[in-house]
Design a protein around this ligand. Sequence first.
Ligand code: NAD
Ligand code: UDP
Ligand code: UDP
Length: 340
Amino acid sequence: MRNYDQNRALVTGGAGFLGSHLCERLLEQGSYVTCLDNLFTGTKRNIDHLLSNPYFDFIQHDVTNPIHIQADEIYNLACPASPVHYQHDPIHTTKTCVLGALNVLGLAKRVNARVLHASTSEVYGDPLVHPQVESYWGHVNPNGTRACYDEGKRCAETFFFDYHRQHNIPIKIPRIFNTYGPRMHPNDGRVVSNFIVQALRDEPITIYGDGSQTRAFCYVDDLIEGFIKLMQTPDSFTGPVNLGNPEEFTIKQLALRILELTGSKSDLVFEPLPADDPRQRRPDITLAQSVLDWHPVVQLDAGLRSTITYFSDLLGLPAACVTPIPDKVAIQPSQAAQGF
Ligand code: NAD
Ligand code: UDP
Ligand code: UDP
């Protein structure tokens, strides 16, 4: 049951990592939330605590098929996000990106909804411009193993902007940079989840390449705050707008940090770099700061600690293995450039 004046939010991919946090946040702000997910990488465990909420619904559905429900605002997050998962069935990944966008936009057109689409820093590919600004068109291999995701997400942006221009649909396009936190999938192969699970199990930490490639890591709460602020902007603001943490670290630096925070005995092992793996990535968030008055506030150590606690609970390990580190020895992001 919902109140007649209650905002109705549809979250596709709502049982996934980001989606489940978004559903939670939308319920907190008083929306009626429908979570739609095919449970490919998401799980009901992520939304278990929401299922008894009278303002929350779950629908198991694939976004490549038409969607017929009511909504005032739509958050289109449905898509596997980690290379291991999106390369598992690359044809379905492209269909999810492209047909999913088409169906969500057709729905938005029919029910007059505003629609936010989770785009990605992958649209910049292996970038030749650093840090990445929204005006950069990217450097993407159109037929490599990452293309199902990168080109799928680029085509989805095309659909969103054409529906906006042709049908006046209010659209919001965040380009999300690497985000981490509780409820990441433990086997999704992403660097933060891999390293934490390996460290907690005292298994070797797998660094691909020499670990000098860089990424900038945003804590999930910061990102969700950015989504909420973006959805509240006037219809004239569409993005694309980068959302991410501009503090850049090398992958080796991240591994050492996680070893220290977990007190792990794991060794570092070096494995081949996957094809088309971007060398460096860091968002320029000037636009988000000026239009949304948004910037991330959670430091890497604090975000890693809460993520480590989540994974140690999930793996049934004692939470005590999260080692408190005095701030004075915390690694500063500026050291990343020195290849730490
Ligand atoms: P996730 O894999 O945890 O969540 C994706 C959700 O979408 C899962 O619940 C999955 O079951 C669902 N899904 C996948 N294909 C579907 C389909 N065809 N129909 C319906 N549901 C489907 O990943 P996440 O990290 O939460 O990512 C959410 C969104 O954010 C994705 O669109 C991703 O591309 C984007 N994104 C995430 C990051 C990040 O660092 N986490 C970075 C850039 C972009
Ligand atoms: N669509 C949907 N739900 C709706 C309305 C449309 O899933 O409530 C799908 C529809 O099946 C179509 C797509 O969205 O494949 C695009 O719809 P649109 O009306 O823009 O295009 P058309 O149907 O005219 O090709
Ligand atoms: N990576 C790594 N070891 C792992 C998993 C990933 O060294 O066990 C590297 C990966 O090659 C990439 C970076 O960490 O350079 C980030 O990988 P992730 O899959 O998390 O995100 P993306 O490449 O999509 O940014």
